[in-house]
Ligand binder design. Structure first.
Ligand code: MMA
Ligand code: CA
Length: 134
């Protein structure tokens, strides 16, 4: 997998990715990405999911169902089509409102997404698409 790193950003398949050095809530993490001219990562290919696993980090992704419970949406407004939920996820565990998506620590498993409370402190990954037409 070709990777190129520059000032904390990693390049992969027409996007730049930034991984934070500390944890924050989902919303504050998203705001950090927006300030960097990016947004929380949107995973829309198997290759990108594989790439995410290589970070070997427990991170926020740009996925939420806070608008409508059970309707998962990416931060760019696109609906979730292909997903990589862990077994029995998303589950709003024990009735807790778990409205934000994260990648769990078992990166050996291709299906490693979990829904969790948006107030949990996680590190996060921003994605900035590299497009010449922007
Ligand atoms: C945690 C939390 C939940 C997740 C379960 C899976 C105990 O709660 O991360 O979101 O569904 O673990 O066991
Ligand atoms: Ca869960």
């Amino acid at each position: 997998m070709a990777e190129y790193s520059h000032h904390g950003w990693v390049y992969f398949n027409d996007s730049f990715y930034y991984i934070s050095a500390w944890g924050n809530s989902w919303q504050d993490s998203r705001e950090d990405c927006l300030q960097r001219g990016a947004d929380l990562v949107i995973i829309n290919s198997k290759e990108e999911q594989e790439f995410m696993r290589q970070f070997k980090k427990h991170v926020w992704i740009g996925l939420t169902d806070r608008e409508t419970e059970g309707v998962w949406e990416w931060v760019d407004g696109t609906p979730l089509t292909t997903s990589y939920w862990d077994a029995n996820e998303p589950n709003s565990h024990e009735g807790i409102d778990e409205d934000c998506g994260e990648i769990k620590l078992h990166y050996d498993d291709e299906n490693n997404w979990n829904d969790v409370s948006c107030t949990v402190q996680n590190i996060w990954i921003c994605e900035k698409k590299f497009t010449l037409t922007q």
